[in-house]
Design a protein around this ligand. Structure first.
Ligand code: GYE
Length: 317
């Protein structure tokens, strides 16, 4: 009897391999390579933690690479994953362009790629299985619409942009700019703070040398870290963020929602970094040959003085 069971198990195991050619179908742990952007912000820290924690929970072996904000590092990480014959590759691409060749290499090696967090621009969308993340254009538009409503469509804006060439910086700028185009709201200056808190502070300090109180009305930061850095600079200059200057940003860090409660930030649009569950759901389906939507967007909320107090205690990041 025992021998029959053992033989049967051996048979199913072998069939698993035969049917799909991977260890996955034979019940082996899935091996996933994740080419992360870097560690530039609190959002990113939460994203990395979610990806690692959820992999551990699901018994997925995660090969993690920190790209340190450089595409070349991410490209070599992906090439490495291909050489190691991982079951699937997840990329959170630092910039939008330049991914075609490496995606072709992955396709030739029959390794599916899931694009997570930031979108890519490629000629052939079938080079990756799907995209899972937030809709940055909607985020930028939500911030703009909120400002139009609050200001009656008037005000001079200083913009703190994210990493040049990244999807969130491109989309949060263009959708915001489009949404205010026919109003009296104007972007009077724009600089990149690379999604980093320190850089946000430095860029704001430079702005405050150029523009005095009364020369500008609004600071729009592409993420909360830069907004929190900017607030520091605004306070150091003797101004009151949230009062003398409206401050609006994107991400929804607990710290930023608390800053709304404290009256220093006026509006924050959420961008959910807790991607682990949705990303691995997609990975597992793709590897099993099941269909997945090409694009899955998170549902992101907006926080301002009307709801921040109720929301702050439930923020997970
Ligand atoms: O908004 C920012 C991070 O790609 C959506 O990257 C992400 C952005 C996020 O550094 O805080």
């Amino acid at each position: 009897m025992k021998r029959i069971t053992a033989l049967f198990l051996l048979y199913s195991f072998a069939m698993g391999f035969a049917l799909t050619g991977t260890a996955v179908a034979a019940g082996q742990p899935l091996i996933v390579g994740f080419a992360q952007t870097g560690a530039e912000s609190a959002w990113r820290t939460a994203n990395t933690k979610s990806m690692k924690d959820e992999a551990a929970k699901r018994g997925i072996t995660l090969k993690f690479s920190d790209g340190q904000g450089k595409q070349e590092n991410q490209l070599s990480a992906v090439k490495n994953f291909i050489a190691q014959h991982v079951d699937a590759i997840v990329i959170a691409p630092v910039v939008e362009t330049g991914w075609g060749p490496v995606l072709k290499e992955a396709r030739d090696a029959k390794i599916p790629v899931i694009i997570s967090d930031r979108t890519v621009k490629v000629d052939d969308d079938s080079l990756y299985a799907c995209f899972v993340g937030s809709d940055f254009k909607t985020e930028g538009k939500l911030v703009a619409d909120w400002l139009v409503k609050q200001t009656g469509g008037k005000g001079r804006i200083l913009e703190l942009q994210g990493t040049p060439g990244s999807a969130p910086a491109n989309d949060r700028h263009s959708a915001f700019a489009n949404a205010i185009a026919t109003t009296g709201l104007k972007i009077i200056d724009s600089q990149s703070g690379d999604f980093r808190r320190d850089n946000g502070k430095q860029v704001m300090e430079a702005f405050l040398k150029k523009y005095k109180k009364g020369d500008f009305d609004i600071v729009y930061a592409h993420n909360d870290d830069m907004a929190l850095g900017a607030i520091q600079a605004i306070e150091d200059a003797g101004l009151k963020p949230g009062k003398d200057v409206l401050v609006v940003s994107i991400d929804g860090l607990k710290e930023a929602v608390q800053a709304i409660v404290d009256g220093k930030i006026n509006c924050v649009v959420e961008c959910n970094p807790l991607a682990g569950p949705v990303v691995y759901d997609a990975v597992q389906k793709v590897v099993a040959g099941q269909p997945v939507p090409r694009i899955s967007y998170n549902k992101d909320e907006l926080f301002d003085a009307t709801n921040a107090k109720a929301a702050v205690s439930t923020r997970q990041y």
